[in-house]
Write a protein that binds this ligand. Structure first.
Ligand code: FAD
Length: 1001
């Protein structure tokens, strides 16, 4: 669903909601809790100190919370003490009350173990403030104690991050166990007339909050149908049991990307005949979402359809930072409000809508904010609701004074009580610490900043948008600053539908017929090349006329003759044409991406990203050209004027690969063109159709036909003829190491009639490693490795093919990695749920299949996945080796094959990672600041990524390219790249005439 446009939300709850009454009640409630702070702020020495430090110093807060997050992964006292020193003593910061001194002495072993013990004990006790037990049985006594104090509960199972089918199944079983256990357990508890009765009559004591992401690790907004189908199969049996045993089930909501799936699962189940009359079913609504009003419309329609009310827990939303950052990174509209008062005002508006529809919806207000609570109470009273007609909910461990006060006033108060172990609990603890210490948090403002109650109760006013926040629209005008082209937002239903339509349409168009084009004239008479779709190898994707050596000759001659006019065209004009080309590609992005889905077997997201990157190259190089290639003055002495300028070199051969069929081809072509060269475009044999579509766009955008020839054909014939041609002065190549090195060699041989030294911009392969440190977040490391190694079947030059795992986390990492890899069922890239796409062609398929067929000496095959036979599908495979020089650790295989190596320690891991002929990309998953720093200095690759996958470089943000045998050190999409395509000239004029110079007149 589309988020509503910015600032389109309705006015705050005026009308019947009387501000005067809110203020009066708010002050009265405040009076009842005055002087009482939540446990987290008043607690013992360590907790008080920690929270105080975090409030005062944002950098200390970050470091403290990062330390807390890393703790469960640290197995020895030395490790805990080292991490504490690295995080807390950073930048010579002075810590309160001698903590600094204490930490410094932890170099000593005994001191280290004492400190580690103290740190762990205190962090554990902080976690216990928010987490009620390891599991429901462990939490039994604490839950009953809460009940006896007059509080209901809803149990949440911690540990949302599941990375495999097996882990998802474990969560489903844990929920099942919870549903089995809680109703019988709670049946014995003493009656409580407020908690035992709800608006629907008798109310279940057992209340369980489900997190859907825990039950399916493959949820993806691009594949709503698939996610819904799988979840229905898992959640329906849970609801049967809950209904039969007498438990209430609430659906929690998580990130926006999963919102539609969660809503659809809820809507489907709630309307099914077996649940339609069951009232004990609820869902969360997040008021910070711009879509929340629409969400409520959907729920009202659902309740009307069922004829039985549903419960809605209204919260503000727990993922604000994530949504804000994530939408910015991929360039899609932010789904949440950007200003806190907007969320607050929207919350109040939704309170009113919920209460006004109490015949259809039972409300539960989940907030710790006194103003929000007061609005709910005031409005409920005005509408004639009694305290038991709605619920107030709070998180266990937060706002204890408020919850006690509300219970004492006779309200039904329910606490959200998570259960889980220390490892999964740490992530939850950090979220709570962040929430408590956020600058805008009500809890912080009231209990730490001691803001006046008048201010705290102020009606939230929706601020006018500031100019930085005004929605940006990329106008594409050359003078506007560069911005990355947004990726397709698959959370948006029309985007998904359009993409699916384009994929279906492209399939009908196959096979594409691709000609040779020289000087705008089509030459269809070369030998035919046939390329089948990797998804279905009986289906011809493209039939291509191959260029001949004569075609090459014609094209180079034409270009050589006409080229000076292009070279001398004002730079701005060339830049404009390239910028226009970007606009054309963007406008046609769906069709182009759909072609890649079929021609190269690229999954939806990969194909979409390839087109976006091509657009980026056009826009970026157009702007870089103006910044870097324009004339400039050097030196400033009187009597002399020095002008430095650049010009094109001549005819450039662009020899492109198939794996990024549009982006790389477009990047090399536009760089050469904008710098003032003519281009002989030689696409890969497996990517001619999409390349031809690009060529047509380039001509339509205004690139002169004699400056761009389209010369598909075999590399050995067409590529070779271009590289050897005496008038081809520049070669831009991306591809294999063997071909790259042979081009470099040929380019150094001067042939008769050659007038320029050939220059080669050459990007070759990689044998990229990811290091997983022993303190890494394994949830993230496994997801990152799977994405980097198996995304597009491992056929990216940036793909990970070696994982080097440090120390004690080897065994758990490998076990979870294997389980995660088992989800990689091969399927056609045309399907939105494709996780493992085919390899590009029969030659790749045969090479990789033969490799996997026989045992490999000195390597242990840990995993080999499923086979599919109707396309070029290679099963994903994982090997273990103990020799860093094993060919599996050295040779680029370009397929879904991953090798794992156990390193003694972090330095050994870096040494092994660097034991490679290549130096393209690499990544490190670690939570040790000193190890991240060491990697930055010593892990020698062109693109190093810390705590994220090693694929997915973006133009401008991550200029891409490697060194050693990965390339000659050029960085595509970065500063300086265009200079490789131009000649620098300097003109010096003596400005002195007869003893006078204009500069000193
Ligand atoms: C019982 C219960 C269950 C919950 N279940 C869920 C759930 O399933 N899913 C979920 O997402 N959350 C859930 N939450 C968490 C809840 O979202 C947070 O605890 C809550 O947002 C804190 O809000 P507040 O009203 O207590 O505090 P306040 O301090 O008034 O509000 C803080 C909230 O304001 C919003 N905010 C912060 N900065 C900005 C900004 N710059 N612009 C716009 N908005 C901003 C954020 O939502 C932030 O959490 C639940 C909370 C409770 C009490």
């Amino acid at each position: 669903m589309d988020p509503a446009p910015e600032n389109s939300h309705p006015p705050a709850a005026d009308g019947i909601l009387l501000e005067h009454d809110i203020q009066r009640l708010g002050r009265e409630l405040h009076g009842r809790i005055k002087g009482k702070s939540p446990g987290i702020f008043q607690a013992s020495y360590w907790k008080g100190l920690l929270m105080d430090g975090a409030m005062r110093d944002p950098s200390l807060k970050t470091d403290l919370f990062r330390l807390v997050d890393a703790l469960p992964a640290l197995s020895t006292s030395e490790e805990i003490a080292r991490h504490a020193r690295e995080y807390l003593l950073a930048d010579q910061r002075s810590l309160p009350m001698g903590m600094g001194l204490a930490l410094r002495t932890t170099q000593n072993r005994i001191a280290a173990s004492i400190s580690a013990f103290v740190i762990k004990r205190h962090v554990r006790s902080m976690a216990e403030m928010f987490i009620i037990g390891r599991d429901a049985r462990d939490a039994r006594a604490a839950l009953q104690k809460l009940w006896n104090q007059g509080f209901g509960f809803t149990v949440d199972l911690l540990g949302e991050a599941s990375v495999s089918e097996a882990e998802s199944e474990v969560y489903v079983r844990r929920y099942d166990d919870l549903i089995e256990f809680l109703p019988s357990e709670t049946a014995r508890w003493k009656p409580n007339e407020i908690l035992d009765r709800g608006p629907a009559g008798s109310h279940p004591r057992a209340n369980i909050s489900l997190k859907l992401s825990a039950m399916d690790h493959l949820l993806d907004p691009a594949d709503v149908e698939g996610g819904v189908r799988r979840l229905l199969g898992r959640v329906r049996p849970l609801l049967w049991r809950a209904r039969d045993l007498g438990a209430f089930i609430n659906f929690d909501l998580e990130q926006w990307s999963l919102h539609e799936i969660a809503f659809r699962v809820f809507e489907t189940l709630a309307a099914e005949p077996e649940f339609a009359s069951w009232p004990h079913l609820g869902i969360v609504m997040q008021a910070y979402l711009k879509s929340a009003d629409d969400d409520l419309d959907r729920l009202l329609a659902l309740a009307a359809k069922r004829g039985t009310p549903l419960t809605v827990r209204l919260v503000k939303g727990a993922y604000w930072d994530y949504e804000f950052v994530q939408s910015g990174l991929i360039g899609v509209p932010c789904p949440v409000f950007l200003k806190k008062p907007e969320t607050d005002a929207h919350y109040e508006h939704l309170i009113r809508r919920l209460l006004e529809n109490r015949d259809k919806i039972h409300s539960a207000f989940g907030t710790h904010n006194l103003r929000s609570i007061t609005v709910a109470l005031t409005l409920a009273e005005k509408l004639g609701l009694a305290p038991g007609d709605f619920e107030l909910q709070m998180l266990y461990g937060m706002a204890e004074a408020e919850r006690d006060m509300l219970r004492n006033l006779g309200h039904r108060v329910r606490l959200y009580t998570p259960v889980g172990d220390l490892i999964t609990g740490m992530a939850y603890l950090v979220r709570r610490l962040l929430e408590n210490t956020a600058n805008s948090s009500f809890v912080r403002l009231r209990h730490y900043e001691h803001i006046d109650i008048g201010e705290l109760l102020t009606k939230p006013e929706i601020p006018a948008p500031s100019s930085e926040e005004a929605p940006k629209s990329y106008d594409g005008v050359l003078t506007s600053p560069f911005e990355n082209c947004a990726l397709s937002d698959f959370t948006n239903a029309p985007v998904r539908e359009d993409f699916a339509r384009a994929v279906a349409e492209a399939e009908k168009q196959m096979p594409w017929h691709v000609p040779v084009v020289v000087n705008g004239r089509i030459w269809p008479d070369g030998e035919a090349l046939h390329h089948v779709s990797p998804n279905l190898n009986t289906r011809l994707a493209a039939r291509t006329s191959s260029a001949t050596v004569d075609d090459v000759e014609k094209a180079v001659r034409t270009a050589r003759t006409s080229w000076p006019a292009w070279r001398d065209l004002p730079l701005k004009k060339r830049a404009k044409l390239i910028n226009n080309l970007g606009a054309r590609l963007e406008a046609d992005r769906l069709r182009l991406a759909a072609m890649e889905v079929h021609e190269q077997g690229k999954p939806w997201r990969e194909a979409d990203a390839d087109i976006a990157e091509a657009v980026d190259f056009c826009r970026y190089y157009a702007r870089q050209a103006l910044a870097e290639l324009g004339p400039r003055t050097q030196g400033n002495l009187p009597g002399e004027a020095n002008t430095l300028s650049y010009e094109g070199r001549g005819v450039c051969a662009v020899i492109a690969p198939w794996n990024f069929p549009l982006a790389i081809l477009c990047g090399m072509t536009t760089a050469a063109l904008v710098a003032g060269n003519a281009v002989m475009l030689k696409p890969a044999e497996q990517a001619t159709a999409v390349a031809y579509a690009f060529y047509q766009h380039a001509i339509a955008a205004g690139i002169p036909a004699d400056m761009l020839a389209f010369l598909p054909g075999p590399g050995e014939i067409v590529g070779d003829a271009l590289v050897r041609h005496r008038d081809v002065v520049q070669i831009a190549f991306t591809g294999s190491r063997d071909v790259g090195l042979s081009i470099l060699k040929i380019a150094t041989e001067v042939v008769p009639g050659q007038s320029m030294i050939k220059r080669v911009v050459c990007e070759m392969g990689g044998k990229n490693a990811i290091i997983v440190d022993d303190d890494a977040d394994l949830d993230e490391a496994i997801t990152g490795v799977i994405k980097s190694a198996f995304g597009y079947a491992g056929q990216k030059c940036s793909a990970c093919s070696r994982v080097i795992v440090v120390g004690s986390c080897y065994a758990p990492f490998l076990a979870r990695l294997k389980a995660a890899a088992a989800s990689l069922v091969p399927s056609s890239a045309a399907s939105p749920d494709c996780l493992l796409s085919p390899v590009i062609d029969e030659a790749s398929f045969t090479r990789l299949r033969d490799l996997l067929r026989e045992p490999i000496d000195d390597a242990h095959r840990v995993f080999c996945g499923a086979v599919k036979s109707d396309g070029w599908f290679v099963p994903p495979a994982i090997f273990e080796v103990s020799d860093p020089r094993h060919f599996l650790m050295q040779r680029e295989l370009f397929g879904p094959i991953l090798t794992v190596f156990a390193a003694r320690d972090f330095s050994h891991a870096i040494e092994v990672a660097n034991t490679s002929d290549y130096a393209l990309t690499g990544a490190v998953y670690s939570r040790s600041p000193s190890h991240l720093e060491q990697a930055t200095l010593e892990f020698r690759v062109g693109n190093l990524y810390l705590n994220r996958p090693c694929t997915g470089a973006l133009v401008n943000r991550q200029p891409f390219g490697g060194f050693k045998m990965s390339g000659a050190g050029t960085k595509a999409g970065g500063p300086g790249y265009l200079l490789h395509f131009a000649e620098m000239r300097v003109c010096t004029e003596n400005t002195m005439r007869r003893g006078f110079t204009p500069e000193i007149l």
